[in-house]
Every structure is written in C-alpha cells, then in structure tokens.
Design a protein around this ligand. Structure first.
Ligand SMILES: NC(=O)c1ccc[n+]([C@@H]2O[C@H](COP(=O)([O-])OP(=O)(O)OC[C@H]3O[C@@H](n4cnc5c(N)ncnc54)[C@H](O)[C@@H]3O)[C@@H](O)[C@H]2O)c1
Length: 261
C-alpha cells in the first residue's frame, strides 16, 4: 500500500503507508505488526518494552520505540521520531494492555483501578489523538486514515471480578464509537475488536496461574482459543479493507458472545 509522502504536495513521490501498533512487542499486537509488514506498510511499534521472546528475532523490519502510552508528551515525541523516519502515520492499532486484579469490587485497590483505566482508556485516547494531530499537522488534503482499538468480550455483559478490566474495555468500545463519529469528517474510520481468549503471553500467564482453559473452550462454539494471527487477521481487515465500516465493535470470539447462557 502506498500514500503520498507529502500530503497534497503533488510531488508524485510515493511512500509506503505507515502504521503505528501499540503493544506490538507481544501477543496480538506483534501478530498485527507482522501482517501489516506483509501488506507492505511501514510499521512502528510503541510499547513499554522491546519484542518479547520468541519474537526477538524475525520481526522483519518493524521499528520499535519504547514508550508508555499513558505519557502524552513521550507519545507525541515518539510519533514525531517515527514520522521523521517513515512519514506521518495514518493507521493505528492500539493493542497495548495489562490484566486487571481479578478480585471482587469490594476488595479492589483504587490505585489498581486507576492504573487499568489509565493504561487502557487514557492510553488509547492519547495515542489516537497524537496520530490524528500529526496527520492534521502534515497539512494538505486530508489523508485517509483508520484506527482499530482492542476491547474485549468482557465489555458486553456483567461479570464478577471485572470492575477494573471489564469497565476499561467497555470504555474503549465507547471511546471508539465516539471518535468514529467525531473523526469521520477527517476521513478517519475508528473501529474496535472484542477478542475472546487468544493464546498470547497474557493468557499463558493466566493459564500458568490455574485459569480453567478447558471450561472456556467448552463454552466457545468453535471449541478452542483464538491464535494471535487469527485475531490479527480480523484487525487487519477492519484497518485496511473494510472501507465502509466505522464505529463498530466486532467480537472475534469463536461465538462466545452469541451463546445465550
Ligand atoms: N489475549 C486475550 O485473550 C485477550 C482477550 C481480550 C482482550 N485482549 C486485549 O488485547 C490486547 C493485547 O493483549 P495480548 O494478549 O496480546 O497481551 P500481551 O501481554 O501479550 O501484550 C500486551 C503488550 O502491551 C504492552 N503494554 C502494556 N502496558 C503498556 C503501556 N502503558 N504502554 C505501552 N505498552 C504497554 C506490553 O508491554 C505488551 O507488550 C490487550 O489490550 C488485552 O487486554 C486480549
């Protein structure tokens, strides 16, 4: 895929389209970064850390910038650096995230509640608007852009022990709908995915701590967990191909949310 290297300059210079992927050092974000490289995009990962094992090698041209997505000044600086290297980004996938405390609301530490909301919700807004500001700052004709945020199936219903994480994920879906309406006139689509259980380091850690994966598989109509690449395929579709889709939250969950009990 290509975009003009100078928005509206009429220079005729073509540059590769540039995508930002938060949380792209691990799990779903890593798989998204690989797929976007395969589609011919420049890819910059914004993450607290560099690529995790087993991804330390073989990331095929992905650029990594270590940054906390909740730090707006640092994110704007990171995007400036990324733009100077690969052009202004017009595609964004926000796949950063942390687990919640998974405790009853009565026992939930408020610092934990604030951190989970900060990382998931504020971090998503910080990166999204930093990219849109950079696009606007580039001037010229409005570039086509798109954003996919990452919610969760926990956003769709009420669950015990999800006062932090589930609330943050529901807020991400709502934030995405609001941004979709606000930024449509800028030519920017905003959608979210709601992943079901996907076998990433985050979920592997849960399994190692005794999470009942067999019960999850049994409740899922497709009868198994999602792979990171399958999740990335749906994100790629919303980001690059579904050009008349904006403001949706797509469950990618093997039918989990469709089950009536
Ligand atoms: N794996 C699942 O089953 C599942 C299900 C539903 C939703 N999700 C969501 O999908 C997203 C990706 O999850 P994953 O399973 O790939 O997790 P993961 O732990 O493998 O990757 C998350 C990445 O986010 C980064 N990160 C965390 N806090 C950050 C911060 N403040 N700034 C920058 N980077 C930060 C981490 O360093 C890590 O590389 C998360 O939002 C998660 O909540 C995952």
């Amino acid at each position: 895929m290509t975009q003009r290297s100078e928005h509206g300059s009429g220079s005729g210079l073509e540059a590769r389209e540039h995508a930002l992927v938060t949380g792209g050092s691990s799990g779903i974000g890593w798989a998204v970064a690989q797929r976007l490289i395969d589609r011919g995009l420049e890819v910059t990962v914004l993450d607290l850390q560099g690529p995790v094992e087993p991804h330390r090698t073989g990331s095929r041209g992905v650029r990594y910038i270590e940054v906390d997505v909740t730090d707006e000044v640092a994110v704007e600086e990171a995007i400036k650096v990324a733009s100077a290297t690969a052009g202004v980004a017009s595609r964004l996938v926000t796949s950063h995230g942390i687990r919640g405390a998974f405790v009853p609301a009565l026992d939930l530490d408020l610092d934990m509640m604030r951190r989970v909301l900060d990382v998931h919700v504020v971090g998503t807004l910080v990166v999204a608007r930093a990219m849109v500001r950079a696009m606007a700052g580039a001037g010229g004709r409005p570039a086509e852009g798109s954003i996919v945020t990452v919610s969760s199936t926990t956003a769709f219903g009420g669950w015990a022990n999800q006062a932090d994480y589930g609330t943050a994920k529901a807020a991400i879906s709502q934030l995405s709908r609001n941004l979709a309406v606000e930024w449509a006139s800028l030519g920017i689509r905003v959608n979210s995915v709601a992943p079901g259980h996907t076998l990433t380091p985050m979920v592997q850690q849960m399994i190692d701590q005794g999470y009942d994966v067999a019960a999850t598989e049994a409740r899922t109509p497709l009868g198994r967990l999602c792979t990171p690449d399958e999740m990335a395929a749906s994100i790629e579709n919303l980001l690059l191909d579904a050009t008349f889709v904006t403001g949706v939250c797509l469950p990618v969950d093997g039918g989990w949310t469709t089950v009536g009990k």
